[in-house]
Design a binder for this molecule. Structure first.
Ligand SMILES: *Cc1c(COP(=O)(O)O)cnc(C)c1O
Length: 367
């Protein structure tokens, strides 16, 4: 048969690189207990209330979810104290990001701007949409050079993405810098603040504009149920956006992309405040402990307000790729950062106290 018909940008498309799965490693190395610290998932697992909700709704799997997920939208709006007309939900933040490109950026005319390295979904979805994504490197300490970012912005820029806390570094800019940026951008341009990890910061008020959106009409806040709410496998993300954008989002989104189980689970997750609080407490405690222990092992640990840490290994030991492999053999999965263009660094998600200890013990032997 002649070649399958295909858009030229799909041929040779570079896919998103995900963290390795527990099953892959179990099979490959024949290890029973595998610890995954690669995808910034919740160390406490799934909330008991979410589990209960899933069990009680499983019999409704034959029904379509209600188009537009109105109950979920209302619950999220109440959680943030904003109007439901400003809340959009998606099949993970990934879908929200994808649709922002498709709604806001005219391919070949408009452009989008982000730092480099950035979350892989920005680059894959911009590419698939045929959108020019302009990028400028972060500073050597992974803080943000705003002037360089602003130099990329012109009157054709539709979206500026800022991930805060940033992935993979954990760096989190002070909120005053975001205010300055939001005000410096032309009002034809939306500032997308990807706050997937904002719940883990020491004090949100120091880092987030989420409670002050009335002052910043061009700011979008994107969040997810994947991390602090422990629902990565259910795929549920959301954003608070200008009302006009929300209206158009619902027109173009696939009508049932947030499934019935994710919808019910999301409503339950917002109610389980105790689980969420405990998650944040365990992550902050583990983050501080891991920072100390990795530093004692001679690693350069980058300051993080997130549920993960990026670190560089000491120069006199194994390199990142070989340490990553050696840890895999012991059933511990970290995240190599080659796909982020950082081959010398590794990223570790904060686990339970036991998981963190097992990692440090293994590293002590390997370094
Ligand atoms: C994990 C993550 C998300 C969340 O993605 P989901 O599709 O909601 O699972 C969004 N942005 C960044 C930067 C992330 O690391």
């Amino acid at each position: 048969m002649s070649p399958i018909p295909m858009r030229s940008l799909v041929r040779g498309f570079k896919p998103y690189t995900a963290g390795l799965s527990i099953d892959e490693i179990r099979e490959k190395y024949g290890i029973e207990r595998v610890i995954k610290l690669a995808s910034n998932e919740n160390p406490l697992g799934t909330s008991p209330l979410v589990q209960h909700t899933l069990e009680t709704h499983v019999g409704l799997a034959f029904r379509y979810p209600q188009a537009g997920n109105p109950r979920l939208v209302k619950a999220i709006a109440a959680h943030h104290g904003v109007s439901p007309s400003r809340v959009i939900v998606g099949d993970g933040s990934d879908e929200v990001i994808d649709l922002l490109f498709r709604i806001c950026v005219e391919p070949g005319v408009n452009n989008a701007v982000a730092f480099m390295p950035c979350f892989g979904i920005y680059t894959t979805q911009a590419a698939l949409c045929g959108v020019e994504l302009r990028q400028t490197p972060v500073n050597a300490d992974f803080s943000f050079p705003w002037d360089n970012l602003l130099k990329l912005v012109d009157d054709k820029t539709s979206l500026v993405f800022v991930t805060t806390p940033d992935n993979p570094s954990g760096y989190t800019p002070p909120v005053a810098e975001l205010e300055t940026l939001a005000k410096a951008l032309p009002d034809t341009c939306l500032l997308v603040l990807d706050e997937a990890y904002m719940d883990f910061t020491d004090d949100e008020a120091d880092y987030s504009l989420a409670k002050r959106l009335d002052e910043f009409p061009n700011v979008i806040i994107s969040r997810t149920f994947s991390k602090s709410f422990g629902m990565a496998g259910l795929r549920l993300g959301y954003a608070i956006v200008p009302e006009e954008l929300a209206d158009h989002y619902w027109r173009v989104r696939l009508p049932f992309s947030v499934n019935l189980m994710a919808e019910e689970a999301g409503i339950a997750a917002l109610q389980d405040v105790a689980f969420h609080d405990e998650t944040v407490r365990v992550v902050r405690e583990g983050r501080a402990w891991l920072t100390g222990e990795l530093t004692k092992l001679g690693c350069r640990v980058f300051p993080s307000q997130s549920n993960f840490l990026m670190f560089e290994l000491p120069a006199d030991g194994p390199n990142a790729a070989s340490l990553f492999e050696d840890l895999l053999r012991r059933g511990i999965i970290l995240r190599p950062l080659t796909s982020y263009g950082l081959p010398r660094n590794l990223r570790v998600s904060v686990g339970t106290a036991e998981e963190n200890t097992m990692l440090i013990n293994a590293m002590r032997e390997l370094l």
